[in-house]
Write a protein that binds this ligand. Structure first.
Ligand SMILES: N[C@@H](CCC(=O)N[C@@H](CS)C(=O)NCC(=O)O)C(=O)O
Length: 151
């Protein structure tokens, strides 16, 4: 029977992308299960009760959490494919250093980008809310009950 491999993931996640690249490099066939992080599934909560985060690789019913650990696990389990990390210990340490660097530094920019994007999307609504408070809202002036003589 073929091994069951499931990836709990979210398309935009850089951590998930890391695991998808590793699985693709090794040619592993797996089931992709997109997760809604605003309403976490019982499967995600059960598979990663400590952090409750994606990605989670479930291999034959056993969950593996944390993207760098998942990548290492993929490399070790599907060892017949080309290795993901260099054989030379020093080169391997360098590769791990950059993986860790990305976790600590680059992802901060990604989070900041999304936070800013959300700010920009909601900016017009926030502006209307503030203008409404001081009766300057265009919505207020377009309202049926607006009577300029009453000013
Ligand atoms: N260190 C973790 C980070 C995983 C992570 O931050 N995942 C985010 C999505 S990109 C998540 O699941 N967030 C949900 C939450 O924080 O509740 C890894 O490398 O797998």
């Amino acid at each position: 029977m073929a091994e069951a491999v499931v990836l709990l993931d979210l398309w935009v996640s850089p951590f998930g992308q890391r695991c998808r690249i590793a699985l693709a490099e090794k040619g592993v066939v797996y089931e992709y299960k997109e997760q809604d992080l605003s309403n976490k599934s019982p499967l995600l909560l059960q598979a990663n009760p400590t952090h409750k985060k994606i990605p989670v690789l479930i291999h034959d019913g056993k969950p593996v959490c944390e993207s760098l650990i998942i990548v290492q696990y993929i490399d070790e389990v599907w060892s017949d494919g080309a290795p993901l990390l260099p054989a030379d210990p020093y080169a391997c340490a360098q590769a791990r250093f950059w993986g860790d660097f990305i976790d600590k530094k680059l992802t901060i920019f990604q989070y900041a980008f999304f936070a800013l994007a959300v700010e920009y999307i909601f900016f017009p609504l926030r502006m209307l809310e503030v203008l409404n408070l001081v009766n300057l809202s265009p919505l207020y002036y377009c309202h049926d009950s607006f009577d300029p003589n009453a000013l």
